[in-house]
Design a protein around this ligand. Structure first.
Ligand SMILES: [Zn+2]
Length: 143
């Protein structure tokens, strides 16, 4: 993006951009580099994919929640169907054999999109609070 381009309007949350691992700000640039690496910034809009050091440690919590959501309900269903204990205990092992890399990857992408959504929400809240605390700002009669 050159310095003369107008800033792109902020994009709303998009599940399609999340699933395609695209930038949360412009939905165009790829987040990934190589197979599962994360680029330093967006090639299209230069949005920083590393807002702070250790940023992706928060993705561990997202990964835990995704894992729990994909494991606990099926295990309850298997228990209610009275399957054998070996199948019940083997289910999570087989599930993560196939889904482990996928979950780790998408927990990072989801964490990046959540951070973008939260920072935009906080920015708009700051603007509202500035207007409320100084309602005369911007009017011609302000002192
Ligand atoms: Zn972008």
């Amino acid at each position: 993006m050159s310095t003369q381009d107008p800033p792109r309007p902020h994009q709303p949350f998009s599940i399609l951009a999340l699933l395609r691992a695209r930038c949360p700000a412009c939905h165009q640039g790829k987040v990934t580099e190589g197979l599962i690496g994360i680029r330093p910034k967006c090639a299209t809009c230069e949005y920083n994919f590393y807002p702070e050091s250790g940023f992706y440690l928060g993705a561990i919590a997202v990964g835990f929640l995704l894992t729990a959501a994909l494991t606990i309900p099926p295990m309850i269903a298997l228990k209610l169907m009275n399957v054998e204990i070996e199948i019940l205990l083997g289910f999570p092992l087989v599930e993560f054999l196939f889904l482990g890399t996928f979950l780790t990857f998408y927990s990072k992408i989801l964490w990046l999109h959540l951070e973008y959504k939260m920072s935009r929400s906080l920015e708009s809240l700051d603007r509202v609070m500035d207007r409320e605390s100084n309602p005369s700002a911007g009017t011609p009669n302000s002192p």
